[in-house]
Every structure is written in structure tokens, then in C-alpha cells.
Design a protein around this ligand. Structure first.
Ligand code: NDP
Length: 426
């Protein structure tokens, strides 16, 4: 586009000036894009064509007791009621002793896809015979991870089609998520396969389907803890279990069920500086692992106890990527009193289950809107320009009108302001 040639080579101020010269933004709007010198220094190095910081709210989810330890959990999210719901779900579980978690191995899988394979079975067994050599090549490409006690551990060969093979490299990534580490190792192996063995490499990259990096959270709630507004705890627990069954049976419901789980998970993943797209992709693939997309969590009632369980791939890091770069991430690690990546996995799995419990509990009792509506109306009022002082009267008026749209919110705000200016005149 004219004026934007080599935009990435321009400095920050010049990029902003171009937006003004080309009449995309005026000076008042440009002023909103100003970032501090330290922000520019960090972010300009992180992404391309950087123009400004885009801030999201951060709040703390409370009441999370995970494996006997209580946590303050930083959530970064733009959605009202996520933090409140997560804290509510956790409060219920806290009364029953908290969440228990299991985090087993932390292995990442990378793939080298071979194409134009003529005799797949023959090539597969040849590749298996090369395992030692390939593992050594992978480790030589990233020796520091071996010094840390990790590194490439195993190879697996899968024939995908008569002409396609996936050579899977399984790597212990220690405290990192490991994408770049794996990609370096894979490319070293791919070069060998191509140049020395004459194989045709199509792609070499990490897989986000991290089935060797699973985390599980469970909880067990005596049903009487769920009693609410005249509805017995046993009845509510049964309804939660049925809602969970529906999410196992029906992909339409399962998708929303899982979206609710990811509301909390993404918020913590973002706050911890991890790649939330990677976690999202892996979670949804895992939800469809038996061929049908299902709810990631399950809830059952047995002997007056509601048992919840959530398992998903959580390849999270405490180092690497933006973690060491974004100052807030270090602060969030401090808030979490984070020791290592396993602990982060455990916390995130518990958050997913707590968030899910709160959503199901609200859905089967009052419905999701009742508890959320005030927060939604607050967002609506803010979106039409209400100030902090105007929020309360605008939200109350919208509640009374049972209106949920911007036009009404604007009208209510105008009426309030007109009334106030009339009052100040009299
Ligand atoms: P980095 O490339 O930043 O690698 C992490 C580095 O941390 C290691 O190479 C290691 O460097 C250092 N390190 C320090 N202490 C430890 C420790 N105890 N354990 C392990 N490593 C340690 O990040 P990742 O390889 O983790 O990759 C994550 C990034 O890759 C994310 O930003 C993600 O968005 C991005 N990405 C994701 C893809 C995907 O998901 N498909 C694809 C491509 C990129 P050293 O050993 O040299 O000290």
C-alpha cells in the first residue's frame, strides 16, 4: 500500500506520522497511540510494525486451593464476570477441601512430514533404525536443554497415507513451552534426512497437540454445599451431572461448555506470558480425541458427592517466548508464587474446572444472565461513554428498562446528563 512500503523498517514515531499523513488518524487519535519509551523498546522488538500497546484488564481470581495451597491467580481478560465466576466456583470447591491435580510428563512432540514416499513400510522401518542418530542430531542442535536434564528422548514413525509419513520427535523441554527449541531440533534432523538420506521433507514443526503434556484437575463436593434458593444441593448436583452428559453427547453444547472452561484458562495463560493460541488449539483437538468433539470436563454424582474432572494438554512454560520480556509476566509469576511449569499447569487445570463449575451451577439454577447482567450492563454503559460516577445510575435505569442495547444506553445517559444540567441550572 502506498506510503507503507518497508513500514517495518521505520521507527515508531515515523510509523505514527505516516498514519497521520495518510489521514487514517488525526492528532487527537494519534495521541492515544503514544507508548512510553520503555514500552516501545520492548514491544518494537517483540512484534513487527508495532504502533502501540493494547491493554487488557487484569484481575485476581480468589479462593483457589490447589493441592493444599491457596493462590492469588492473575486473570487477563476483557470479558465481564469471568473473574467473578472463577472465584465463585473456586469458593465452592474450597469448602470441600480444594482441587487435586495430576501433572505427569512434560514432553513436547514435533513432526517431520515426509512426502513422495514410495514404500512407506520400508521407509518407516528404516527411519526407526536411524533413531539413535536422529536423537543425537536433535540434541546436538540444542545442547543446553540436554545440560538441563532434558532433550530429545524418543522417535515415533507414523504412516499417514501411502505417500506420507510423520516422524515424531519427542522432547523433554523442561521449563519451556519448547516451540522454538523443537523447531531447531526438527530442522537439524530434516536437513540430515534430506541431504544425507535423500528423503523428501515437506514440513518440520512442533505439534500443538501436546498429548504427552497433560494436566488433570479433580474436585469432590458434598452435594449439600450446592444448596441454593430453595433448590436442594442434590437436585442441583444432578442437574450439573446431566449438563455434563449433554456436553459429552452434543458438539453444539460441548463447544460452549469448553468455551466456558477456556474463559479462565486463557485468562491465566495470557497473564503468565504463554501462547494462548497454542493452548486453545491443543485443548480443542483433545476434546475431539475419540472422533467426536466433547466437553473437556465431566461431572458425576455418586453417594451424595459431586465429582468433577478436567484433563487437557497444557504445555506451559515459565521461561521462553515473551515470558522473560514482558515485565508484568514476572510480577504475575510472583503473585502466583510460581516455582515451576508443573505448578502452573496444575493451577491452570484447576482454574478450568472452577470456571466450569461456576458456569454449570449458574446455568442449571438462575441461568447465566442473572448474575452476569449487571456486569454486562456496566460494559454497555462504559461503551457509550458513561463516566465512573454515571455508571451506577445508568446501569440501574437499564436494569429497570430490561434494555440491553447501545441505543437505549445512549438515550439513558443523555437523559441523565440532561437532568443533571437542568438541576445545576436551577
Ligand atoms: P524460547 O525460544 O524462548 O526458548 C526457551 C529458552 O529458554 C530455551 O531455549 C532455553 O535457552 C531457555 N531456558 C532457560 N531456562 C530453561 C529451563 N529451565 N528449561 C528450558 N529452557 C530454559 O521459547 P520456546 O522454545 O519455549 O517457544 C515458545 C515460543 O514459541 C512462544 O513465544 C510461542 O508463541 C512461539 N511459537 C509457537 C509455535 C507453536 O505453538 N506452533 C511455533 C513457533 C513459535 P538456553 O538453553 O539457550 O538457555
Amino acid at each position: 500500500m502506498e506510503g507503507f512500503e518497508k513500514y517495518y523498517q521505520k521507527d515508531h514515531q515515523t510509523r505514527l506520522d505516516i498514519l497521520k499523513q495518510k489521514k487514517y488518524l488525526d492528532q487527537t487519535q494519534l495521541d492515544k497511540l503514544q507508548a512510553s519509551a520503555s514500552e516501545v523498546k520492548i514491544s518494537d522488538a517483540m512484534i513487527e510494525n508495532f504502533i502501540t500497546e493494547y491493554h487488557l484488564p487484569e484481575g485476581l481470581a480468589l479462593n483457589y486451593v490447589v493441592d493444599g495451597q491457596e493462590y492469588l491467580i492473575p486473570f487477563v481478560t476483557e470479558e465481564p464476570s469471568v473473574v467473578a465466576a472463577a472465584s465463585h466456583g473456586a469458593a465452592l470447591v474450597k469448602r470441600a477441601g480444594g482441587f487435586k491435580t495430576t501433572v505427569t510428563e512434560r514432553l513436547m512432540i514435533g513432526q517431520i512430514i515426509l512426502e513422495n514416499v514410495a514404500h512407506p513400510e520400508q521407509v518407516a522401518s528404516f527411519l526407526e533404525s536411524q533413531a539413535e542418530k536422529l536423537l543425537a542430531l536433535a540434541n546436538a542442535a540444542h545442547p543446553s536443554i540436554v545440560k538441563r536434564g532434558g532433550g530429545a528422548q524418543a522417535l515415533k514413525v507414523r504412516v499417514l497415507a501411502p505417500d506420507l509419513i510423520s516422524l515424531d520427535l519427542i522432547v523433554d523441554v523442561k521449563e519451556a513451552m519448547g516451540a522454538n527449541m523443537l523447531n531447531t531440533m526438527l530442522e537439524a534432523c530434516a536437513t540430515y534426512l534430506q541431504t544425507k538420506l535423500g528423503l523428501d521433507v515437506l514440513i518440520s514443526i512442533l505439534s500443538n497437540y501436546a498429548t504427552r503434556c497433560l494436566a488433570k484437575a479433580t474436585c469432590a463436593l458434598p452435594v449439600e454445599l450446592l444448596t441454593r434458593n430453595g433448590l436442594s444441593g442434590a437436585k442441583i448436583a444432578q442437574k450439573i451431572a446431566t449438563a455434563s452428559r449433554v456436553a459429552q453427547l452434543d458438539p453444539y453444547r460441548a463447544t460452549t461448555h469448553n468455551k466456558g472452561i477456556m474463559n479462565g484458562i486463557d485468562a491465566v495463560v495470557l497473564a503468565s506470558g504463554n501462547d494462548w493460541r497454542a493452548i486453545e488449539a491443543g485443548a480443542h483437538a483433545y476434546a475431539a480425541r475419540d472422533g467426536q468433539y466433547r466437553g473437556l470436563s465431566t461431572w458425576i454424582v455418586k453417594d451424595d458427592i459431586l465429582y468433577g474432572e478436567l484433563e487437557l494438554p497444557l504445555p506451559l512454560g515459565t521461561v521462553g517466548g515473551s515470558i522473560g520480556i514482558v515485565p508484568l509476566v514476572k510480577i504475575n509469576q510472583q503473585l502466583l508464587r510460581l516455582k515451576d511449569a508443573r505448578q502452573l499447569e496444575a493451577i491452570v487445570a484447576a482454574v478450568g474446572l472452577g470456571q466450569n463449575l461456576a458456569a454449570l451451577y449458574a446455568l442449571v439454577t438462575d441461568g447465566i444472565q442473572k448474575g452476569h447482567m449487571r456486569l454486562q450492563l456496566k460494559s454497555l454503559a462504559l461503551s457509550v461513554g458513561a463516566t465512573k460516577a454515571e455508571l451506577e445510575p445508568v446501569v440501574s435505569r437499564l436494569e429497570a428498562l430490561q434494555a440491553r442495547d447501545q441505543a437505549t444506553a445512549k438515550k439513558v445517559l443523555e437523559e441523565l446528563r440532561n437532568k443533571q444540567s437542568e438541576r445545576s441550572r436551577t
